[in-house]
Design a protein around this ligand. Structure first.
Ligand code: GFB
Length: 299
């Protein structure tokens, strides 16, 4: 989802020498394969969006994979970028790097000031390591490697597998299928009280491009909207957009995760960047994209 949004953004900006690989073409966990790729292609600028990602259940279930895969991907790419003289690299992390009970909104300086949330601790540790790799290669070797921390994302090419997905694609699919099948209820996980901030992938790609052009400092930058909603409000909104007329059934056996993770985006705003897509509009577009690509998204 993020990689394809960044490619769309670069194409819109007129770039023609964009080098990409799918995961079946290049296994980024393989050190030798990544080193060969960088030796052959010698890219100047690298957007490190590749990661093993998923929603709360996937993070909590595949804890070893989320840690191992992400550590390998980041280490291999960042080291090869240094070795081959990449001019600039942007590493993408996640808002889950912050402590579970950090003050809100989350300022960049709150990193490592408290305990992490347990469902996504392995993923968060890997993402914190990515930040620290960029900092260390900058400090020791003078590499211009920067990091950005996006909030929860959504948009085209999201994962609609109900066991692996994040909340927005999961609810779009569940409400849609319940509407089509005329079902009376839809199961929604947790209590509905956690709050989440959501950013459209095209806005994220725009912010990444902005930072690649304008930002060269060590301290990572939060990327978000600065606004959040409860999961209950989110579910009601998607229900309305999809046009499902039944009831919500809250499954409190499923985890809530972090109570709140609202980004403080004042640094990005001060630099002159702000998101463009409001949540309702973004979700309407995403539902249309889901309808157009349902066959591809649901196997
Ligand atoms: O989006 P989500 O899976 O991840 O869940 P996190 C957000 C909230 O939505 C949780 C609730 O409180 C879920 O319990 N929820 C309600 C649902 N219904 C559903 C559903 O059908 N599916 C899903 N998936 N959730 C992830 C982290 O945390 O966010 C990652 O695990 C990463 O590491 C990512 O940081 C951005 O926001 O809780």
């Amino acid at each position: 989802m993020v990689g394809s949004a960044i490619v769309r953004k670069l194409q819109d900006e007129g770039y023609t020498t964009i080098i990409t690989r799918t995961s079946s073409e290049l296994d980024l966990r393989n050190q030798a394969a990544v080193a060969d790729f960088f030796d052959q292609e010698t890219p100047d600028y690298v957007f490190l969006a590749a990661a093993k990602v998923g929603g709360i259940l996937a993070n909590n279930t595949y804890r070893a994979e989320f840690l191992y895969d992400n550590l390998m991907i980041e280490s291999n790419i960042i080291h090869s970028a240094y070795k081959t003289g990449v001019k600039k690299l942007l590493f993408l992390g996640s808002s889950c790097i912050y402590p579970k009970l950090a003050p809100q909104p989350l300022k960049e300086e709150y990193l490592l000031s408290g305990y992490l949330e347990s469902t996504n601790e392995p993923y968060a540790i890997a993402k914190i390591t990515g930040i620290k790799l960029c900092d260390a290669y900058r400090s020791q070797y003078g590499c211009n490697f920067i990091s950005a921390m996006p909030t929860n994302l959504y948009g085209p090419n999201d994962n609609y597998n109900l066991q692996g997905s994040h909340v927005l694609p999961a609810l779009i699919r569940k409400f849609h299928e319940a509407k089509v099948n005329d079902e009376p209820t839809v199961e929604v996980w947790g209590t509905g009280s956690p709050m989440r901030e959501f950013l459209h992938a095209d806005d994220l790609a725009d912010a990444c491009f902005f930072l690649m052009e304008n930002y060269n400092d060590e301290l990572f930058v939060n990327i978000g909207t600065g606004e959040d909603v409860t999961i209950r409000e989110t579910a009601e909104l998607i229900k309305d957009i999809v046009g499902f007329e039944g009831e919500l059934r809250w499954n409190t056996e499923k985890p809530d995760g972090t109570p709140r993770k609202l980004m403080d985006v004042s640094r990005l705003h001060e630099m002159g960047w702000k998101h463009k897509t409001e949540l309702r509009k973004g979700l309407e577009m995403t539902y249309q994209d889901f309808l157009a690509n349902e066959v591809l998204y649901i196997e």
